[in-house]
Design a protein around this ligand. Sequence first.
Ligand code: NAD
Ligand code: TYD
Length: 373
Amino acid sequence: MKHYLVTGGAGFIGANFVKYLLKKHEDIQLIVLDDLTYAGNLGTIKEELKDARFVFIKGNIVDHQVVAKIFEKYPIDYVVNFAAESHVDRSIENPQLFLQTNILGTQNLLDIAKKYWTTGKDENGYPVYRKSVKYLQVSTDEVYGSLGETGYFTEKTPLDPRSPYSASKTGADLIVSAYSETYNLPVNITRCSNNYGPYHFPEKLIPLIIKNILEGEKLPVYGDGSNVRDWLYVEDHCKAIDLVILNGKIGEVYNIGGHNEKKNIDIVKLTIATIRRLMEENPDYKKTLKKKGNDISWINNDLITFVKDRLGHDHRYAIDPAKITNELGWYPETKFEDGIVKTIRWYLENQHWIEEVTSGEYQRYYEQMYGNR
Ligand code: NAD
Ligand code: TYD
């Protein structure tokens, strides 16, 4: 039986991954370590908490004692590090926390994994590790910087981060590579594009737009809305990570992208149109609107408001996922038109989740950021 340590498993992608893994593999033990920051929520994994194969530990990845205790107690085979401060706008406001969690947290996990996985030394002094162990760092395409109108990020694209968030994720990637080179620690790094799907915290573009429509609020689009992101359905991402853990070549980086570039303004317009269509098809969904009544003609593009651009806003991200397709047979299965409908339906049917995750600290942050827009 394999033991996984999944950090950040109460956040968006981590929770989707935990759900995927428990369905996919019968005989596993999952230990989730999550500090339950504003972005982590136990309600997201409440079904999994009842599963005998699942253990939840509240704690910080930067904390040596907490992480060491986990390795002491469980024979961890795989570490999958999702835990991070993940929002670019917050990184612009408070870079230090990003460096602490994203860089020092990663180094702490690597160090403890190295210690507990070491069984001896080879003739050159390199550590020898237990068989079939692996550390997987979940990274981002943002480490490659920003593209112009053409071209794609490959694994060979030079690292050129531009925001405090992407700089911190790059720092983490570099320390992972350093442990691979210096100590032969078995690692993989995956770099994915923008995920979307259920349990996405509503400070990120797609869930924010859905939430604001349900609340009858304006939809803030930064700058002129021409920035491009490459959207990846979260379950497709989870499949890719599972494959990389089991079959990825040690020491390699894998890019994971959706083959699905869209301008922000088009994402917002499509989300507006899809919500309206789903409500017309199923009038029950109208009950989720704060503004009650049958007339939903106000759900239209007039809700869009162009606001001050993000500082240093990266223009375009686009991933070439040829390596993971060729080596591991992965490709993004979910078409955006289907993924966005699944996502919106999920939010319409789980409004209590939005209320739960936005009832505390997030609310204050949001008012501070957008209150005067
Ligand atoms: P998220 O913000 O939704 O979740 C992060 C989780 O980590 C939360 O549950 C939070 O409580 C936990 N956490 C934060 N700091 C912690 C700490 N110090 N110790 C323990 N737990 C801590 O993030 P997400 O969108 O699920 O992203 C997961 C990973 O994927 C991140 O590493 C992120 O950089 C990367 N990524 C995300 C995207 C995306 O589109 N969401 C794209 C590329 C890469
Ligand atoms: P976001 O979801 O924050 O992800 P990232 O910055 O990591 O790509 O933002 C996606 C895009 O949407 C990005 O170009 C910024 C833009 N954006 C808006 O236009 N309005 C918003 O309210 C937010 C949160 C993002």
